[in-house]
Design a protein around this ligand. Structure first.
Ligand SMILES: *[C@@H]1O[C@H](CO)[C@@H](O)[C@H](O)[C@H]1NC(C)=O
Ligand SMILES: *[C@@H]1O[C@H](CO)[C@@H](O)[C@H](O)[C@H]1NC(C)=O
Ligand SMILES: *[C@@H]1O[C@H](CO)[C@@H](O)[C@H](O)[C@H]1NC(C)=O
Length: 392
């Protein structure tokens, strides 16, 4: 026997729910209603732009909705600022043009710029990079190549559940962003595809990357200059070139990398595990307060490496001494197998030796025997069980 008050509150609740679902519908902008065609052939770029403009200009927080299906998208810029919070919910697959010249020398395919309070949920991105990689491989005249999805100057960003395959270049770029959460992302490109990094972070503060699987032809995660307070957890990497801080010392005036953590990661068959690299050139850059911990290596070529004489293919090397100062780097609880005899390589700069390098509980074997380690221009401490023996 419901009292009158109870009945009234049920009615109020019912009206509230009705009201809220009513209120949410007008603020969902379905790209189909703006003319997008989920057939994988018709150019949906204009329709996506119109849906974005409407959502971005809305006085209420709103969602651009992409239903299931394949949408052909050319190079697209989603520009802010928007009036309120904005999100993309993508149940479908976005297809890049088959002809890579259509993205030309822009460097991006999908670009978000100056949009604060943005979320991207779901989405399959297929950049169809193979023709572009082949162009590069056979030394033909090729455009610069595009990153699949790039965020420039975006504060308060969440990217969740994204799947990206076969980017021409880096799959996901976080550039000049603050307060970012990337979670449950899966990125896949062939082992031998050139420069197809998984996620690149640079000039950004407070970025978290968690629960993600990265299988690429270049770095799984690459960390560029001016990255601060980056937290990476539960990461699977490989094939790929590992998780890399750098290359730094690209230029003299750099702003350094500080407070980076990688915890709970598995590297499988990757060229590197955890790597810090810089060109051998003068620089004001630095790398400090770094923690790599709870990591399993499975048949990794360079599980732990600092390379301050970075020089891929021995071409165009500056041949000087790196100015980048590397300090306070901790390697803790890292176990597994190395694919080469030398599992720990510290090749630091003669002019700016590495300082405060700490090794704790490392067990890396090569063909069922202890791997080896090598140290140059380095100071630090070691504790716990160490295989290979510390060279610090
Ligand atoms: C380091 O970064 C983490 C986030 O990864 C943050 O919680 C912590 O406060 C930062 N530490 C310092 C000393 O800034
Ligand atoms: C770098 O040094 C190597 C060995 O010292 C030398 O053979 C090479 O010519 C140098 N390259 C440049 C660009 O100076
Ligand atoms: C290192 O790992 C190997 C292979 O798993 C194991 O046999 C060995 O006991 C470990 N050594 C230490 C010191 O933990």
């Amino acid at each position: 026997m419901a009292s009158l008050m109870e009945t009234i509150s049920w009615i109020i609740l019912f009206i509230t729910l009705l009201g809220s679902s009513d209120a949410s519908t007008p603020y969902r902008y379905n790209v189909i209603q703006f003319g997008a065609k989920p057939d994988g052939k018709s150019d949906s770029t204009g329709a996506f732009m119109k849906a974005w403009q409407s959502a971005c200009n809305s006085g209420k927080s709103s969602t651009v909705y992409v239903p299931k299906g394949r949408y052909l998208l050319k190079a697209t810029v989603f520009r802010g600022p928007c009036k309120k919070k904005i999100s993309f919910r993508i149940d479908g697959t976005l297809w890049a043009p088959t002809n890579y010249w259509q993205l030309g020398n822009l460097g991006y395919w999908i670009l978000f710029i100056k949009v604060n309070n943005l979320a991207v949920y779901g989405g399959n991105l297929d950049a169809k990079g193979a023709a572009f990689w082949a162009c590069r491989k056979y030394g033909k005249s090729c455009p610069v190549g595009a990153s699949s999805i790039t965020f420039n100057w975006v504060d308060n960003l969440e990217v969740s559940g994204l799947r990206a395959i076969n980017s021409q270049q880096t799959h996901l770029v976080i550039n000049s962003c603050n307060n970012v959460l990337v979670k449950n992302v899966k990125i896949t490109a062939p082992d031998d595809s050139p420069n197809t990094d998984g996620i690149h972070v640079q000039n950004s503060d407070r970025v978290t990357i968690t629960g993600s699987t990265l299988q690429t032809g270049d770095d799984c995660i690459s960390i560029g200059d001016a990255t601060y307070n980056l937290y990476m957890s539960t990461i699977k990497c490989g094939p790929g070139h590992g998780v890399s801080i750098g290359s730094l010392a690209k230029e003299r005036d750099e702003r350094g990398v500080q407070n980076v953590t990688l915890t709970n990661a598995v590297f499988s068959g990757s060229d590197n595990g955890v790597r810090i690299k810089s060109w051998a050139r003068a620089s004001k850059g630095f790398v400090k307060n770094i923690l790599f911990q709870n990591i399993i290596m499975k048949n990794v070529e360079n599980p732990i490496i600092i390379d301050q004489n970075y020089c891929p293919n021995n071409q165009g090397c500056p041949n000087q001494s790196s100015g980048v100062k590397i300090s306070d780097v901790t390697y803790k609880n890292i176990r597994g197998t190395s694919a080469t005899a030398e599992a720990v390589t510290f090749d630091c700069s003669p002019s700016s030796p590495c300082q405060g390098i700490r090794l704790q509980d490392i067990n890396l074997t090569y063909m069922n025997k202890a791997a080896t380690s090598s140290c140059k221009h380095i100071g630090g401490t070691s504790t716990g069980n160490l295989v290979p023996e510390s060279c610090l």
